[in-house]
Design a protein around this ligand. Structure first.
Ligand code: XBP
Ligand code: MG
Length: 244
Protein backbone atom coordinates (compact mmCIF):
# COMPACT_ATOMS: atom_id res chain seq x y z
CA UNK A 1 0.00 0.00 0.00
CA UNK A 2 1.34 3.45 -0.81
CA UNK A 3 2.90 5.58 1.88
CA UNK A 4 0.53 8.24 3.27
CA UNK A 5 2.08 9.42 6.53
CA UNK A 6 5.17 9.44 8.72
CA UNK A 7 4.65 9.14 12.46
CA UNK A 8 7.54 10.49 14.53
CA UNK A 9 8.49 9.73 18.09
CA UNK A 10 9.88 12.78 19.91
CA UNK A 11 12.35 12.01 22.71
CA UNK A 12 15.51 10.53 21.24
CA UNK A 13 14.12 10.66 17.69
CA UNK A 14 13.52 14.29 16.76
CA UNK A 15 16.29 15.32 19.17
CA UNK A 16 18.52 13.92 21.90
CA UNK A 17 16.32 15.26 24.69
CA UNK A 18 16.89 12.80 27.52
CA UNK A 19 19.78 14.75 29.09
CA UNK A 20 17.47 17.77 29.33
CA UNK A 21 14.76 15.60 30.92
CA UNK A 22 17.34 14.18 33.38
CA UNK A 23 18.58 17.65 34.30
CA UNK A 24 15.01 18.91 34.81
CA UNK A 25 14.15 15.91 37.04
CA UNK A 26 17.30 16.40 39.16
CA UNK A 27 16.80 20.15 39.61
CA UNK A 28 13.20 19.64 40.70
CA UNK A 29 14.11 16.82 43.11
CA UNK A 30 16.54 19.17 44.90
CA UNK A 31 14.21 22.16 44.90
CA UNK A 32 11.24 20.12 46.20
CA UNK A 33 13.24 18.36 48.92
CA UNK A 34 12.35 14.94 47.51
CA UNK A 35 15.41 13.24 49.02
CA UNK A 36 14.20 14.16 52.53
CA UNK A 37 10.68 12.90 51.84
CA UNK A 38 11.79 9.61 50.32
CA UNK A 39 15.29 8.99 51.64
CA UNK A 40 17.55 6.26 50.43
CA UNK A 41 20.93 5.24 51.81
CA UNK A 42 22.86 6.15 48.70
CA UNK A 43 20.99 9.41 48.16
CA UNK A 44 20.33 8.55 44.57
CA UNK A 45 17.55 11.04 44.05
CA UNK A 46 20.22 12.63 41.92
CA UNK A 47 19.78 10.45 38.84
CA UNK A 48 23.17 9.70 37.28
CA UNK A 49 23.47 8.87 33.58
CA UNK A 50 23.98 5.20 34.43
CA UNK A 51 20.90 5.05 36.65
CA UNK A 52 18.84 7.07 34.17
CA UNK A 53 19.76 4.58 31.45
CA UNK A 54 18.04 1.88 33.54
CA UNK A 55 15.12 4.12 34.49
CA UNK A 56 14.34 4.81 30.83
CA UNK A 57 12.95 1.30 30.63
CA UNK A 58 9.95 2.88 32.38
CA UNK A 59 8.39 5.31 29.90
CA UNK A 60 6.74 8.51 31.10
CA UNK A 61 8.11 10.88 33.72
CA UNK A 62 5.40 10.33 36.35
CA UNK A 63 5.59 6.57 35.90
CA UNK A 64 9.41 6.77 36.15
CA UNK A 65 9.33 8.66 39.46
CA UNK A 66 6.76 6.23 40.90
CA UNK A 67 8.71 3.18 39.73
CA UNK A 68 11.96 4.56 41.14
CA UNK A 69 10.45 5.15 44.59
CA UNK A 70 8.74 1.78 44.82
CA UNK A 71 10.79 -0.62 42.68
CA UNK A 72 14.29 0.81 43.06
CA UNK A 73 14.08 2.22 46.63
CA UNK A 74 11.37 -0.12 47.97
CA UNK A 75 9.14 2.62 49.41
CA UNK A 76 5.92 1.14 50.71
CA UNK A 77 3.46 2.76 50.48
CA UNK A 78 4.49 4.33 47.19
CA UNK A 79 4.44 8.14 47.01
CA UNK A 80 0.95 9.55 46.52
CA UNK A 81 0.08 10.14 42.89
CA UNK A 82 -0.88 13.80 43.60
CA UNK A 83 2.60 14.36 45.00
CA UNK A 84 4.16 12.81 41.90
CA UNK A 85 1.89 14.77 39.59
CA UNK A 86 2.90 18.04 41.29
CA UNK A 87 6.59 17.20 40.94
CA UNK A 88 6.04 16.33 37.31
CA UNK A 89 4.28 19.63 36.55
CA UNK A 90 7.33 21.44 37.92
CA UNK A 91 9.66 19.18 35.93
CA UNK A 92 7.72 19.84 32.72
CA UNK A 93 7.97 23.61 33.25
CA UNK A 94 11.68 23.30 33.92
CA UNK A 95 12.24 21.22 30.78
CA UNK A 96 10.56 23.86 28.61
CA UNK A 97 12.48 26.67 30.31
CA UNK A 98 15.84 24.97 29.64
CA UNK A 99 14.97 24.32 26.00
CA UNK A 100 13.69 27.89 25.47
CA UNK A 101 16.83 29.34 27.02
CA UNK A 102 19.49 27.05 25.59
CA UNK A 103 17.90 25.73 22.40
CA UNK A 104 18.29 22.15 21.20
CA UNK A 105 19.44 20.63 17.91
CA UNK A 106 17.38 18.24 15.81
CA UNK A 107 19.05 14.90 15.13
CA UNK A 108 20.84 14.84 11.75
CA UNK A 109 18.48 14.09 8.87
CA UNK A 110 15.27 14.98 10.71
CA UNK A 111 14.80 18.52 9.33
CA UNK A 112 15.47 17.25 5.78
CA UNK A 113 13.06 14.33 6.10
CA UNK A 114 10.29 16.53 7.52
CA UNK A 115 10.79 19.14 4.76
CA UNK A 116 10.85 16.54 2.00
CA UNK A 117 7.78 14.73 3.33
CA UNK A 118 5.84 18.02 3.40
CA UNK A 119 6.98 18.85 -0.12
CA UNK A 120 5.96 15.34 -1.28
CA UNK A 121 2.46 15.52 0.21
CA UNK A 122 3.18 12.90 2.88
CA UNK A 123 1.23 13.66 6.05
CA UNK A 124 3.08 14.11 9.36
CA UNK A 125 2.14 12.99 12.85
CA UNK A 126 3.66 12.57 16.31
CA UNK A 127 3.24 9.62 18.67
CA UNK A 128 5.06 10.33 21.91
CA UNK A 129 5.12 9.50 25.58
CA UNK A 130 5.99 13.04 26.59
CA UNK A 131 3.43 15.82 27.03
CA UNK A 132 1.99 18.08 24.34
CA UNK A 133 3.60 21.12 25.98
CA UNK A 134 7.03 19.48 25.72
CA UNK A 135 6.44 18.76 22.02
CA UNK A 136 5.48 22.41 21.52
CA UNK A 137 8.57 23.64 23.37
CA UNK A 138 10.83 21.33 21.39
CA UNK A 139 9.39 22.21 17.96
CA UNK A 140 9.61 25.92 18.64
CA UNK A 141 13.22 25.64 19.82
CA UNK A 142 14.49 23.11 17.28
CA UNK A 143 12.46 23.76 14.09
CA UNK A 144 11.70 27.42 14.89
CA UNK A 145 8.01 26.67 14.14
CA UNK A 146 4.93 25.82 16.20
CA UNK A 147 4.40 22.07 16.50
CA UNK A 148 0.87 22.31 15.10
CA UNK A 149 2.19 23.93 11.91
CA UNK A 150 4.55 21.02 11.35
CA UNK A 151 2.52 18.03 12.49
CA UNK A 152 -1.12 17.56 11.52
CA UNK A 153 -1.69 15.10 14.39
CA UNK A 154 0.06 15.18 17.76
CA UNK A 155 -0.73 12.15 19.92
CA UNK A 156 1.03 12.78 23.22
CA UNK A 157 1.47 11.77 26.85
CA UNK A 158 -1.64 11.20 28.95
CA UNK A 159 -4.03 11.37 25.97
CA UNK A 160 -4.04 7.55 26.18
CA UNK A 161 -4.20 5.29 29.25
CA UNK A 162 -1.14 3.12 28.56
CA UNK A 163 2.23 4.49 27.47
CA UNK A 164 4.78 2.80 25.17
CA UNK A 165 5.56 -0.10 24.77
CA UNK A 166 1.73 -0.39 24.63
CA UNK A 167 0.39 0.42 21.14
CA UNK A 168 -2.18 2.98 22.41
CA UNK A 169 -0.41 6.18 21.35
CA UNK A 170 0.17 4.84 17.81
CA UNK A 171 -3.44 3.66 17.60
CA UNK A 172 -4.56 7.15 18.66
CA UNK A 173 -2.36 8.77 15.99
CA UNK A 174 -3.70 6.40 13.30
CA UNK A 175 -7.27 7.04 14.34
CA UNK A 176 -6.79 10.81 14.18
CA UNK A 177 -5.06 10.52 10.80
CA UNK A 178 -7.90 8.27 9.62
CA UNK A 179 -5.36 5.93 8.03
CA UNK A 180 -4.72 2.19 8.19
CA UNK A 181 -1.42 1.19 9.84
CA UNK A 182 -0.01 -0.26 6.60
CA UNK A 183 0.05 3.18 4.96
CA UNK A 184 2.29 4.70 7.64
CA UNK A 185 5.90 4.48 8.72
CA UNK A 186 7.03 5.14 12.30
CA UNK A 187 10.39 6.63 13.21
CA UNK A 188 11.73 5.65 16.60
CA UNK A 189 14.89 5.51 18.71
CA UNK A 190 14.15 2.86 21.33
CA UNK A 191 12.99 -0.71 21.89
CA UNK A 192 9.96 0.59 23.82
CA UNK A 193 8.95 2.85 20.96
CA UNK A 194 9.56 0.12 18.41
CA UNK A 195 7.37 -2.32 20.36
CA UNK A 196 4.56 0.25 20.49
CA UNK A 197 4.68 0.86 16.72
CA UNK A 198 4.91 -2.84 15.86
CA UNK A 199 2.03 -3.70 18.22
CA UNK A 200 -0.08 -1.11 16.38
CA UNK A 201 0.87 -2.71 13.05
CA UNK A 202 3.04 0.20 11.87
CA UNK A 203 6.35 -0.54 10.09
CA UNK A 204 9.14 1.10 12.04
CA UNK A 205 12.52 2.59 11.15
CA UNK A 206 14.80 2.82 14.18
CA UNK A 207 17.90 4.89 14.70
CA UNK A 208 18.97 4.25 18.29
CA UNK A 209 19.56 7.36 20.40
CA UNK A 210 22.49 7.72 22.80
CA UNK A 211 20.69 6.09 25.73
CA UNK A 212 19.27 3.32 23.52
CA UNK A 213 22.46 2.26 21.72
CA UNK A 214 22.21 -1.27 23.19
CA UNK A 215 18.44 -1.73 22.78
CA UNK A 216 17.24 -4.83 20.96
CA UNK A 217 15.68 -3.47 17.76
CA UNK A 218 15.57 -6.72 15.78
CA UNK A 219 11.84 -6.20 15.13
CA UNK A 220 12.50 -2.98 13.18
CA UNK A 221 11.69 -2.97 9.47
CA UNK A 222 14.95 -1.07 9.14
CA UNK A 223 17.72 0.02 11.52
CA UNK A 224 19.88 2.99 10.54
CA UNK A 225 22.81 4.51 12.40
CA UNK A 226 21.63 7.99 11.47
CA UNK A 227 18.38 9.39 10.05
CA UNK A 228 20.51 11.04 7.34
CA UNK A 229 20.46 7.62 5.65
CA UNK A 230 16.70 8.06 5.08
CA UNK A 231 16.55 11.86 4.94
CA UNK A 232 14.09 12.04 2.06
CA UNK A 233 10.98 10.09 1.16
CA UNK A 234 12.53 8.48 -1.93
CA UNK A 235 15.52 7.17 0.02
CA UNK A 236 13.28 5.99 2.85
CA UNK A 237 11.04 4.02 0.48
CA UNK A 238 14.05 2.60 -1.35
CA UNK A 239 15.74 1.50 1.87
CA UNK A 240 12.53 -0.21 3.06
CA UNK A 241 11.96 -1.88 -0.31
CA UNK A 242 15.49 -3.28 -0.16
CA UNK A 243 14.75 -5.13 3.09
CA UNK A 244 11.17 -6.22 2.26
C1 XBP B 1 10.43 9.01 26.20
C2 XBP B 1 10.09 9.02 27.61
C3 XBP B 1 9.66 10.23 28.25
C4 XBP B 1 10.70 11.24 28.70
C5 XBP B 1 10.10 12.12 29.75
O1 XBP B 1 9.76 7.92 25.56
O2 XBP B 1 10.07 8.00 28.24
O3 XBP B 1 9.03 9.80 29.39
O4 XBP B 1 11.80 10.58 29.27
O5 XBP B 1 8.87 12.63 29.39
P1 XBP B 1 9.43 7.90 24.02
P2 XBP B 1 7.80 13.16 30.46
O6 XBP B 1 10.53 8.63 23.30
O7 XBP B 1 9.44 6.43 23.69
O8 XBP B 1 8.08 8.52 23.78
O9 XBP B 1 8.52 13.48 31.74
O10 XBP B 1 7.21 14.38 29.82
O11 XBP B 1 6.77 12.06 30.66
MG1 MG C 1 11.96 7.91 22.00
Amino acid sequence: MSLQALIFDVDGTLAETEEVHRRAFNEIFVEHGIAELFPDPENQWRWSQALYGELLRVTGGKERIAAYASRWLGHDPAPRSERIAALHVAKTERYAAIIDREGIALRPGIAELVDDARASGIRLAIATTTSLSNVQALCQAAFGQPAEQLFEVIAAGDQVPAKKPAPDIYLAALQRLGLPAETCIALEDSANGLSAAVAAGVRCVVSPSLYCADDDVEAAALRVECFREVANVGRLKQALAAVD
